[in-house]
Design a protein around this ligand. Structure first.
Ligand SMILES: Cc1cc2nc3c(=O)[nH]c(=O)nc-3n(C[C@H](O)[C@H](O)[C@H](O)COP(=O)(O)OP(=O)(O)OC[C@H]3O[C@@H](n4cnc5c(N)ncnc54)[C@H](O)[C@@H]3O)c2cc1C
Length: 406
């Protein structure tokens, strides 16, 4: 029997768990599974603000994470996809180019910081979006003089985690957060009060309702004409999907995410599955899906299950997801666990302080541990809301985000 060639591009949270679920349950019977990733070590992206502040992170080589699960790992940079010919082009570390054919493709290339539309961001700011960027920030923070000004732009979860980590690790620096809205605006009243208390303890200055319009060498220029001086600027704003999807002609939304149906197929190409930050649902799967490890791993697992269903002539399942918690690190000593409704809106229930920090740390450990568990016992990984699809389907509600077709 000819085996189905399944190629997964992107070995982050979504791609690795897809490979483990699929290869672990198929056991090489019906599919050959190949995972392609730029580097051979798994990037714990949810800890990159820790890397930026010089904390040693445990390394997880991807081949070891995959174990003996019948996955062929290829280290290389994916440069192109031919959707007609069903091939992926990869640049290997030795400079050679390789063409990898597929019957089914899993696209899990994640996201990058959304900086393109603001002049000066690329030239003058650092980021924690990738391992290389976080390492460059680490080096810069180690060089600056005491009393230097660090500004972090972005009042969402990444900005909050980054600014608190820097302020805690470098108390000799003046650290500020700049945001277009309010800091942590989606938190409960109690959650936001706690956050502001921690900012005060860590002496973090806050500029709210301050939209950055341009970045110059040494200053942020805001929409109302202010200039906010800095020695180091960190872009912690929103993220967009990796650019390859748009470049190869897959239908994407305004953030470059591939439009997917409830089964996680690209709407234009049913042989292309999408998981993680790269995916945007055209109808809502139980909750609005934000770019998060918390959603990437469930999506990757569902893709693995759906591919297994196809291999075994079984019906595929719709993806369904509910939120439960938002966990925010505020340096190493404090954390904020915000309980949320299934749709991600905040409840007035939180865990704070060292308890919050402990829960957050355990959740970070859980991400890798659950991959290791999936490797040992395929089929174990699950998530809140899995399979709880109401008969009269909120799946039918269109997602309101603007859709941009190529
Ligand atoms: C500092 C920070 C803190 C965060 N904290 C949290 C948190 O607490 N909780 C939470 O839920 N989420 C958090 N997130 C978000 C979370 O990290 C992402 O949503 C998650 O990583 C998405 O998983 P993914 O598999 O889609 O992409 P990724 O984990 O980014 O994986 C994509 C992979 O594709 C590879 N790749 C990309 N392009 C190519 C190419 N052309 N060729 C080959 N390989 C390629 C990359 O190297 C990477 O390994 C945080 C993000 C950041 C930056």
């Amino acid at each position: 029997m000819n085996k189905t060639q399944i190629v997964i591009i992107g070995g982050g949270y979504a791609g690795v768990i897809t490979a483990l679920r699929l290869a672990g349950k198929d056991r090489g019977k019906r599919a050959d599974v190949t995972l392609i990733n730029a580097v051979d070590t798994f990037t714990q992206r949810i800890r990159l603000h820790q890397l930026a502040t010089d904390q040693p992170l445990r390394q997880y080589p991807i081949p070891r994470l995959l174990g003996k699960r019948n996955v062929n790992f290829v280290q290389g940079w994916v440069t192109d996809i031919s959707l007609d010919q069903h091939t992926v082009q990869v640049n290997l570390p030795d400079g050679a180019a390789r063409t990898v054919p597929y019957d089914k493709l899993v696209y899990a290339l994640g996201s990058i910081p959304a900086t393109v539309n603001i002049p000066g961001v690329a030239e003058h700011t650092y980021s924690v979006g990738s391992r290389e960027e976080a390492a460059a920030l680490r080096q810069r923070l180690q060089q600056v003089e005491p009393g230097s000004r660090v500004v972090v732009v972005g009042g969402g979860l990444t900005g909050i985690e980054t600014v608190t980590e820097i302020a805690e690790a470098y108390p000799q620096l003046q650290v500020h957060l700049v945001t277009a809205g309010a800091v942590g605006e989606k938190l409960s009243r109690h959650g936001r009060n706690y956050l502001m208390k921690v900012f005060e303890m860590l002496r973090i200055g806050v500029y709210e309702q301050t939209r950055v319009q341009a970045v110059e060498d040494g200053a942020l220029v805001t929409a109302d004409g202010q200039r906010i001086a800095f020695d180091v600027a960190v872009w912690g704003g929103s993220f967009v999907a990796a650019p390859l999807a748009r470049a190869v002609g897959l239908p994407v939304n305004a953030r470059g995410q591939i439009l997917v149906d409830p089964y996680l197929h690209a709407i234009s190409h049913p042989d292309v599955y999408v998981a993680g930050d790269a995916a945007a649902f055209v109808t809502q799967p139980g909750a609005p899906i934000r770019m998060a490890c918390a959603t990437a791993m469930p999506m990757g697992t569902q893709v693995g299950d759906n591919l297994l269903a196809v291999l075994n002539d079984q019906p595929q399942q719709r993806f369904h997801f509910n939120y439960f918690l938002q966990c925010i690190s505020l340096g190493r000593d404090r954390g904020l666990v915000q309980f949320v409704r299934p749709d991600d809106t905040a409840l007035e229930r939180t865990l704070t302080g060292s308890t919050g920090a402990l829960v957050k740390e355990l959740i970070c450990q859980f991400t890798v541990r659950s991959m290791q568990l999936e490797r040992m016992l395929p089929g174990t990984y699950t998530w809140p809301g899995k399979g709880k699809i109401p008969v009269d389907a909120p799946h039918n509600q269109p997602v309101s985000e603007p859709v941009q077709h190529i």
